[in-house]
Each structure stands twice: as C-alpha cells, then as structure tokens.
Design a protein around this ligand. Structure first.
Ligand code: OOG
Ligand code: NI
Length: 302
C-alpha cells in the first residue's frame, strides 16, 4: 500500500489494516509467499484495489451513517447495487486520488427480513438514538481508526447469533463483526507478468494452500469480460458471546481483482496504463458471489 501512512486518510487506512492482518492469517501468508517468490519486496508494494465494509439498515446506522467517514476524507459516491436474494443495498466510492483504495459499502435491508429477525436486530440496535459518526471528530485519525473496531451494541448471545445465521448469514456476520474490515483486495494486474491475471494468481494461491471461494466458480467475470475477481474463504475464528459462551464464527477474507484495459486502450503497453484506462467500478453478479466468502456454504465445505 503505497500511500502516505501519516496523512489523515492514510493514517485511518493504516489503522484499519493492523487488526485485520492479525485476524486473517491468509493476509500474511499470501504476502510472505509473494515476497519469497520475488513478486514484491514488501506489503507496501501491493496495490490495494478496494476495501469493503458491511452495515445494518436501521435508524442511525447503515450506509448513510458510515459513508460520512469516507465522504469527509474526499471519497465520492458512485454506483448503486441491489442484491435481491441477499436483501442488500450497496454503493462504491471513488478515492480522492488513485493511490488510495476504492471502497465498497453494503447495507442489510433489515425491513425485508422476517419479524423475528428484525426483533433480534432491534434488541441490539434500538438504543442507538443518534448517529454515532456524528459524535466523532473526523479529523482525528486515531479516533476514527478506533471507531471501526469499537462496539456499538452489546455482545450478542449465541442463540441470537444463530437465529440470524439461519435467515441471513450477512446479518449474523455484522451483529458480531460490526465495522471490522471485511476484506482488502490485491490488484493482480499490477504484478509481474507470470502472476498478473486472476487465473495465474489463483493457481499460485492454491499452490501455497489458500482456499478459494467457489461460489459461481473460482473466477467471477463481469459481463463485459473486463473485471475478474476471486477471493479466499473466510477463516473460522473463536468468538466469545454473552454469558461467556464460545463458538466459531466466520471472520474476514482477502480478495483479488484484475481490471483489464478498456477496449480503446487495449493496445497500450500494460505497464503504461493508468487507472482511468482500465475497467472501473464493480459488478453486481461478481459481488453477489463474493459476499459468500463468509457464508457457511463456503466456510463449511470440504
Ligand atoms: C462484499 C462483497 C462484494 C466486490 O468486490 O464486489 C465485493 C462483502 O463481502 O461484504 O467485495
Ligand atoms: Ni470486494
């Protein structure tokens, strides 16, 4: 990640990354293998295509609250996405300058869920009567960094977690993990030629024992053929619930993206292409399957 880690936004992003690395062993495993194989000299050489967060669509939370943090740091809101089956809304945000990652923020359409599930969610969120982002000093990078990992509601009970899990894996993920960084994304087209496609990089990942999300196939390709993505399967981590009960839950994961040149730039030397000359944005059908990186269908598969 080749941005200034001491300026406001760089500092916030760096603060987000540290707890994520500790909790997702695949991050260091992949970086170490990339260094060993001479793809990069250190983590700083990895270009981060985007990061993602999940939110709950209830009063004072959700996208309209969470996005304020990144709008403050100069991000601009781009396209809207709707995931009917998963009952989610999402937007992506373009960074203030190209060295920073794009951001993908999704939100659970809580009102579309069963009354039972709505009640469970409300039990935890009903006391949030003001938008918590409004009381943050957004210029204070340390305060903002801490906010992502701060509890906004009580630790859930294992029973409530399981109730959510049955109807919405996304809901159960957020009730426990809140605003934890959901994934960062290695931009594979920036890597040396032998590794610069998702297909080649997936082979490398599997050779070092990384498990890939197979939902919709290991490589998710946009309709225009220009955005290819893959992701790891989230690792199961030990989580403590209320009343000291312990259980395994899915944590965060790592994603890989390849953005091909737009047709009018296809003949330019790839090393000279700018971000604007490659496929921008996201793709609904790809995203729909990438969400499943934390779902039991992936984490529990043999
Ligand atoms: C986000 C899934 C979508 C992408 O790049 O399309 C996504 C999530 O799992 O919360 O990351
Ligand atoms: Ni992503």
């Amino acid at each position: 990640m080749n941005f200034d880690k001491k300026d406001g936004l760089g500092n916030v992003l760096e603060g987000l990354f540290k707890p994520y690395v500790e909790r997702v062993p695949d991050v260091s495993k992949i970086t170490a293998a990339m260094v060993n194989n001479g793809l990069i000299a250190s983590q700083d050489d990895i270009v981060n295509d985007h990061i993602a967060f999940r939110t709950l669509g209830v009063p004072n939370l959700g996208i309209s609250s969470f996005e304020k943090i990144f709008l403050h740091y100069g991000y601009t809101k781009e396209d809207y996405f709707f995931f009917e089956g998963k009952k989610l809304d999402a937007y992506w945000y373009a960074p203030p300058s190209p060295e920073y990652p794009r951001i993908f923020i999704s939100e659970l359409r809580v009102k579309d869920l069963s009354n039972n599930v709505q009640e469970v969610i409300s039990k935890y969120t009903k006391d949030i009567t003001e938008d918590p982002v409004d009381s943050l000093d957004l210029n204070n990078a340390k305060q903002v960094g801490d906010f992502f990992y701060k509890s906004l509601w009580q630790l859930p009970s294992l029973e409530d977690y399981k109730t959510l899990l049955k109807e919405s894996e996304y809901a159960s993920w957020v009730i426990y993990n809140r605003y934890y960084l959901n994934h960062y994304t290695i931009s594979v087209h920036e890597l040396p030629e032998a590794y610069n496609t998702v297909a080649k990089f997936n082979a490398f990942l599997e050779s070092i024992g990384v498990r890939l999300n197979t939902a919709g196939g290991k490589i998710k390709t946009s309709a225009d053929g220009l955005l290819k993505q893959s992701s790891t399967v989230a690792e199961m981590i030990d989580a403590e619930f209320s009343n000291n009960k312990m259980s395994k839950i899915s944590g965060s994961y790592v994603e890989f993206a390849e953005r091909l040149p737009l047709p009018e730039y296809a003949s330019i030397d790839p090393s000279k292409l700018t971000r604007e000359q490659r496929r921008e944005g996201f793709e609904s059908a790809n995203a729909d399957k990438i969400f499943e990186s934390t779902f039991s269908t992936q984490t529990q598969k043999e």
